[in-house]
Design a protein around this ligand. Sequence first.
Ligand code: PHE
Length: 527
Amino acid sequence: PLEKGNRDLTQEVLDKLDSKQSPLQTSDDFPDVSQSEIKAALDRLASRSMLVYETKDSEQVQLTGEGEQIANEGSHEYKVWAAVHKEGKLALKELPSKVGADSAKVGQGNAFKLKWIKKYGDQLVPLVDSPEDTTRKALQGVQATKTLSDSKQLADFKKRKLVVVTKIIHYTVQKGPKYAKEIPVEVTDITPEMLESGSWQTANFKPYNFAAKGAVQNAGALHPLNKVREEFRKIFFHQGFVEMPTARYVDSGFWNFDALFVPQQHPARDLQDTFYVSDPAFADEPRADPAADAALDAMESDAQLYDPKTKIHDASKLDYAQYYKNVRETHQDGKYGSIGYRYPFADAETKRLVLRTHTTAVSTYCLHRLAANPRPCRYFSIDRVFRNETVDATHLAEFHQVEGVIADYDLTLGGLMAFLEAFFAKLGIFNLRFKPAYNPYTEPSMEVFGFHKGLGKWVEIGNSGMFRPEMLEPMGLPKDLRVYGFGLSLERPTMIKYAVSNIRDLLGHKVDLNFIESNAAVRLDKD
Ligand code: PHE
């Protein structure tokens, strides 16, 4: 095969080795070939033992633009002298117009120092007839040989930016034990015919090139959101959280709202905010989801947080009909010490199918399930939610929530704040601020703010709170088992980490696949 530009460099090297007695010097014998090209050719031949070569590196002195100019036209001081000499005498202020401003400035002083000219009043007069322009001569030498042996002069030229010294790599090349005038025909495959005829025994096999770099593989790539999601999952798993099964984008009003003590008239339940499913429009009564139960059982036993002999979850202990009744009564009439909302609770509303508006619908399902065997536990989820929002550069009608819930006896709000501080510190966000907020299902509720160094301001990074007894007690959880939770979007940290300012560059049909493929993984705790 021919090398780049139709030039068969390997053949040229073989020819030169044949015609030359002494070793080749690639810098002399192939001055116009790049180092990588000549090395590739040498490696091909060396791998066949057709030649041996040694790598040498040496310094090369090269003229800068100014150095080149001096070599061609003379030094500044020479130009100054020549101008003065030509005129016999020259007014000082006329010098720049004769030799140019730069030469006048630099050359004048040097010409004085060398005693080529002197000042006579405001005139310059020549002192010598034919001075020797040693600077020019030395630079012409560099031009021809690319070397300069006088180290003092070299240092001086470097300082004056007339030359630069670069390292160059070249090779000395000699014939190897298997040298031939041409690369012999090489066999790349062994065939049945070769085996039959026995010709394989004498065939000249092409050597494997174990040093060759592999071709770039177009493998799949994780989407940036998934990369950040993995970081979050790691943080949760390290802190003893179990992942909740979130495979239900469509849920009922009961799990998304009612069970969370969201009143049926709440504006979040309006068509403007929530997507309702029209076909089918209604769910069954609230009941167990065997697939979700099996998934959570598996996650809990994988996590090995409990003694494997204890049955963590006994679904038969859960009475969904009773739970529904409790929720209904809490809303309509009040229960568990709460006066409730005191409105007529509509059963149809609980069955309406919605695209879940938050992953707290899943947390609620899992917390109710906890009533079968109440115990301290930590759950998290990261998945998609849907809201009927006006779409703009930072909002889509669907996004991902990162959510965690922690159940334990006698938890306090201070514990939640401490937890959130430790959690966000793992993401590299310190000094949180908490702002009182409102959620129908938590009291107290807090918005969480973090200082964004890049943006130089406080940004809202999450929502949190302690779940209300009106939500937990209908489930059958003991009064002193408190639960707090928090949620944040996955998109916001991802957009910050990958410096994406328009969400459509991250999700949807306008996404550049190249951007997805080429992005590195992230560390949330590193800027
Ligand atoms: N569901 C809340 C939201 O969508 C987040 C949250 C979860 C708040 C758990 C408190 C407790 O913003």
